[in-house]
Design a protein around this ligand. Sequence first.
Ligand SMILES: [Zn+2]
Length: 266
Amino acid sequence: MRLIDPHIHMVSRTTDDYQAMALAGIRTVTEPAFWAGFDRRTVHGFADYFRQLTEAEPARAARHGIDHYCWICMNPKEAEDQALASEVLSIIPSFLDHPRALGIGEIGLNRNTRSEVRVLEQHIELAAARSELVLVHTPHLEDKRKGTRLIMDVIRNEPRIDPGRVIIDHGEEHTVPEIKARGHWVGLTVYPTTKCSPARAADLIERTGVERIWVNSAADWGSSDPLATIKTAQELRRRRHPEELIQRIFCDNPRAFLTQSSKFRG
Ligand SMILES: [Zn+2]
């Protein structure tokens, strides 16, 4: 089985992680642009990061037999400075042209401010104009449902965006049904402490079915686990789900979404 972890921040992970993932059967990863843990202050900082995502990290992954793709955007946490945001938005298209860039992500909202909403709208306009896939991060707040709905409303306001080409990530029990009802794909993120545990992700899959769902680790510089997808597959096996279901969730589904970009060959 050629597993895909469709959301992982490998720039924050070690070579040992790549080795462990390759040994466990993960053959393809996709890496959204995200917040580095501190605010980048200049457009050059973003340009260097986008070069790392499109050039350096695919080369590092290839040394372990892992195929690496990425997503490009400016994170909402850094969107308060409108002048910087427009500078960064002006360099994004040239990085989206890269053969390893699958689309725009992970965009979304953090504190739901007007600046964040404006920068989200600009990314959505760009995605519509270029027919890019979109990967959306939803906030980890207690008002997750409200934040998720706000983001989906911004997407719905852009009629050129096909909802089936948008994945809304970090879905939970109270957001998954509405995300699916709007025609989007949904991502479940399995984390050791916050977000979903493998058991909770398995419960959610049993309740909502496997249609338009993928599972990812979203492993980054915080407490997270690059083998979270494997552990969730194991939990489903322990519950005696057939291999076909596991194949569908961890291989076929992410491939079906990602091959909507002609660049994806995983
Ligand atoms: Zn992420």
